[in-house]
Design a binder for this molecule. Structure first.
Ligand code: BGC
Length: 644
């Protein structure tokens, strides 16, 4: 590490800091401890170092009461708007900083979405390395300009949740694998051109840290894969920051350290199967390894210098806000009764960090909405007199502010897992449209029960006494960390609801709130006049969609993935249901090589319903005499900045 590319002064400070540390302090700085944040590096009071607080996540402060819920990654990507991505990252980081987080566990450069069944693509951006790379760059710039370290995760080829971690035998100390985690087996060109590009751009944006992933790559765990970490990330890409493990993705001490991992998280506790067991591969084990000569002290120094350089570069040693005590009890990774260190809290608790971000979130929600179909001038709405709102996605949350499951009733504007958020309020389509309708004097009838909608309700004489001017159908699909999707259909019988409403209402507009791809058989129904994909749009979701429906905002979002006609049209299925029981039987062969996302459809000339980049607006364009200018910089190089 040389600090090249702008970190030179910070590197000097980091080296000075590290020179004052004892061997034990260095070993403990390389590992986490249970504490108030999702990841915690212990304070060293004698050096005025108050520790590091690492927090999820990519859409909000996961443990933040009185904090905002921004649009999700996939929504932001659908805007194709650099400024939006920067502003979102910047505002989110300001909230993190005010709550005391030093490191945000995001943004997400992978999963990229090799398969649409991967359930975390909404946390990330687009099924395209270049677009995802731009999203990474702008988000990182936004976050780090606010003084918070960003973390590019999950490095690399983390393209499925199924068997992302090993399964363990239930023996006394649960250290024996029944089966190891899935191995993404991938050729070098594909690794570089598809999966590594977003991380390359993250490194170029000077991302402070990277997170090695749960899966194995070509047979070795990502966090002890020297080719990935030492050669590609730190070597080829010239990454100057530190590599932290995903939570429980460390499977060795010396091997991981020698392979380029610099910090083990959550550290003090190690994940075996479903259990967190006390102990770390690093910590005192690392002290012993250095003492007995297995690990050179220069490597340990390099680890801590890498951790501390971005800290000094961002000025985090100066007047950084303390950790808000209120995050601790909301932390599911290490509950207060597991804390070993006596954490001290200063400053206000339950800080309200939202500022005026809701106005921006509303704009972002509208700017990232993708208009897929608009026939017979269905949209924008022109003061319709008689409106039907249908679907279980239209109304208020019925299972609390922190979405943790595929709940039936309620609007889906975020999802669960480490990327989940706590809503302080949620603008729902039902609220927002009712508010508009009241101004217009419209009649609004709403039907939120999908089962009823798909079956008897529509044939009952109570249904729609007269033909409505428009039926707005809100449907959703849930995707979240830990379990891949099994279907690309809308949940809760959504396709049938869309068809049933369209059978009775000749101006049916379908709005989807999903983490990614839905196949949309109802798109062919002649009464489905318009379709909008809004994804997970954050706390202002309802107002944002009303702004688009009523034409206050002209839709400009474009799909960051392909919507095919059939589920079976997609390639690269996930590796599931391995029926043999060998330790290393979970092998996922990335045989499609470069044919990821639209590249596959193009290569095989497969027609799609809505292509990558598709999105309508209310304006018609007439472009003539277009000229393109080659603006490739003259000094373009594939190499990172020279290291001194
Ligand atoms: C996820 C990471 C997350 C970490 C900490 C892991 O399970 O894969 O994305 O940052 O947990 O919550």
């Amino acid at each position: 590490m040389t600090g090249s590319g702008g970190w030179e002064t910070a590197l000097v400070k980091a080296k000075r800091f590290v020179s004052k540390l004892t061997l034990e302090e260095k070993s403990w700085m390389a590992t986490g401890q249970p504490g108030p944040c999702v990841g915690n590096v212990l304070p060293i009071p004698r050096l005025n170092f108050s520790g590091l607080c690492l927090q999820n996540g990519p859409q909000c402060v996961q443990q933040g009461d009185y904090s905002s819920v921004f649009v999700s990654g996939v929504s932001a990507a659908a805007s194709w708007d650099r400024q939006l991505l920067y502003d979102r990252g910047n505002a989110m980081a300001k909230e993190h900083k005010a709550k005391g987080s030093h490191v945000i566990l995001g943004p997400i450069g992978g999963p990229l979405g090799r398969s649409p069944y991967d359930s975390r693509t909404w946390e990330g951006f687009a099924v395209d390395p270049y677009l995802t790379g731009v999203c990474m760059e702008e988000t990182i710039n936004g976050m780090q300009d606010a003084g918070v370290q960003a973390n590019a995760k999950h490095f690399i080829a983390n393209e499925q949740e199924t068997q992302r971690n090993p399964s363990y035998a239930p023996d006394a100390n649960e250290t024996t694998y029944i089966q190891d985690s899935v191995s993404a087996n991938i050729d070098d060109r594909t690794l570089h051109e598809i999966y590594m590009w977003p991380f390359a751009n993250a490194v170029r944006a000077k991302v402070a840290s990277a997170m090695c992933s749960y899966n194995r790559v070509n047979g070795s765990h990502s966090c002890q894969n020297s080719y990935l970490l030492n050669h590609l990330l730190k070597g080829e890409l010239g990454f100057q920051g530190y590599v932290m493990s995903d939570w429980g993705a460390t499977h060795s001490g010396v091997a991981s350290v020698e392979s380029g991992m610099d910090m083990s998280m959550p550290g003090g506790f190690t994940l075996y199967g479903e259990e967190w067991t006390e102990g770390s591969f690093l910590g005192k084990n690392l002290t012993s390894a250095v003492k007995n000569g297995t690990v050179e002290v220069s490597r340990l120094n390099d680890m801590i210098v890498r951790i501390m350089t971005p800290y000094f570069w961002l000025g985090q040693e100066k007047n950084y806000p303390s950790v808000d005590a209120s995050v601790g009890p909301l932390n599911v990774d290490s509950a207060p009764d597991t804390w070993l260190y006596d954490w001290k809290f200063t400053g206000e608790t339950n800080r309200d960090v939202r500022a005026n971000h809701s106005a921006m979130i509303r704009e972002h929600g509208a700017s990232s909405t993708v208009l897929l179909k608009n026939e017979r001038n269905a949209l924008p709405l022109r003061k319709p007199r008689n409106i039907v709102i249908a679907g279980n996605d239209a109304g208020p949350l019925t299972q609390g502010p922190n979405l943790q499951a595929n709940f039936e009733y309620g609007h889906l504007a975020g999802s669960s897992g480490s990327g989940s958020c706590r809503f302080t309020y949620l603008s729902t389509p039902l609220d927002a449209i009712n508010t508009r309708a009241r101004k217009d004097g419209s009649l609004v009838q709403f039907y939120l029960n999908n089962t009823l909608l798909a079956t008897e309700a529509l044939t009952s004489p109570l249904w729609i006494p007269q033909q409505p001017d428009v039926c707005l159908v809100f449907l959703k699909s849930f995707a979240a960390e830990g379990e891949d999707r099994t279907s690309l259909d809308l949940d809760w019988n959504g396709n049938a609801v869309a068809e049933a409403v369209a059978n009775h209402c000749n101006n049916t507009v379908v709005i989807t709130n999903s983490g990614g791809v839905n196949v949309m058989p109802f798109a062919d129904h002649p009464n489905v006049t318009a379709i909008l994909a809004q994804h997970y749009a954050g706390e202002e979701s309802g107002n944002a969609i009303a702004d688009v429906l009523y034409g206050d905002v002209n839709p400009s979002g474009k799909l960051p993935y392909v919507i095919a006609y059939n589920e079976s049209d997609y390639n690269a299925p996930l590796t599931t249901a391995v029926e043999t029981n060998g330790t290393w039987d979970w092998q996922s062969w990335f045989d499609e090589e470069l044919e990821v996302g639209y590249r596959y459809f193009d290569a095989h000339n497969i027609s799609v319903r809505y292509e990558f980049g598709f999105g309508l607006s209310y304006t018609t364009f007439d472009l003539k005499n277009l000229k393109a200018k080659d603006s490739t910089p003259a000094n373009l190089t594939a190499l990172p900045a020279k290291r001194a």
